[in-house]
Design a protein around this ligand. Structure first.
Ligand SMILES: Nc1nc2c(ncn2[C@@H]2O[C@H](COP(=O)(O)OP(=O)(O)O)[C@@H](O)[C@H]2O)c(=O)[nH]1
Ligand SMILES: Nc1ncnc2c1ncn2[C@@H]1O[C@H](COP(=O)(O)OP(=O)(O)O)[C@@H](O)[C@H]1O
Length: 201
């Protein structure tokens, strides 16, 4: 389970989208949220946009792997698609906040690889939020105000990327994925292969 977190506007959605284009053994976990849909977003692709009542029901029935209140809206990870992907031997990409990452770490620390994306500067962060043009000025102001609080959790993450250049950031996350997939404890099923290599048995 690869988690990307960052303050709003730092680039985690852009990095996630490019990663999924490049890596066909990676599945995106699509979250449920009570946040209103942005003009450029589509239902079931970026999020499952649900009512507060529906979200509460998902929490009560245990349908969410983790959930949190972020910027005054509810966000959560549907459990079933994650379990299905992991059972099929696929890696799952999460774009979730620090609160969700803490919950995943509590449940499955050994299966979690967490990456925090930092902007090159607060000025650049604000510029990107405005250039994305998906939120009102008021929402942008709110997210900038919260950026410091978001970034105060950077030391809880395994890897830190400063997102100067998008393609370079994507290559860095790919390098993390490659290395983490090669870790011995993740090379399940290699024992027979190594046994077969024992010369002069
Ligand atoms: N805990 C948790 N956080 C989520 C989830 N989905 C999105 N978020 C976080 O909610 C925050 C707001 O996301 P969004 O409204 O898409 O704004 P963006 O950060 O500007 O793309 C971001 O920090 C996301 O990482 C989720 O399923 N669980
Ligand atoms: N390295 C980068 N350089 C310049 N602009 C970027 C970079 N990465 C992302 N952006 C732009 O910044 C804006 C916010 O990116 P986005 O991926 O939506 O951030 P987040 O998902 O973290 O809120 C988007 O308009 C995106 O195209």
């Amino acid at each position: 389970m690869l988690v990307l977190s960052s303050p709003s506007g730092a680039g985690k959605t852009s990095i996630s989208r490019r990663l999924l284009e490049l890596d066909d053994s990676l599945s995106l976990s699509i979250s449920a949220t009570t946040r209103p849909r942005r003009p450029a977003e589509t239902e079931g692709e970026h999020y499952f946009f649900v009512s507060a009542a529906r979200f509460e029901e998902m929490v009560k029935t245990g349908a969410l792997f983790e959930h949190a209140m972020v910027f005054g809206n509810q966000y959560g990870t549907p459990r079933e698609p994650v379990e299905e992907a992991l059972d099929a031997g696929r890696d799952v990409l999460f774009d979730i906040d620090w609160q969700g990452t803490q919950q995943v770490a509590e449940k499955a620390r050994d299966d979690l690889v967490s990456v925090f994306i930092l902007p090159p500067s607060t000025e650049e962060l604000e510029r990107r939020l405005h250039s994305r043009a998906q939120d009102s000025d008021e929402v942008v102001r709110g997210r900038m105000a919260k950026a410091a609080d978001e970034m105060s959790h950077w030391a809880e993450y395994d890897y830190i990327i400063i997102n100067h250049d998008l393609e370079q950031s994507v290559a860095q996350v790919e390098a993390i994925l490659t290395a983490e997939r090669l870790k011995r404890e993740r090379r399940v099923g290699l024992r027979d292969f190594v046994e077969g290599l024992r010369i002069g048995r």
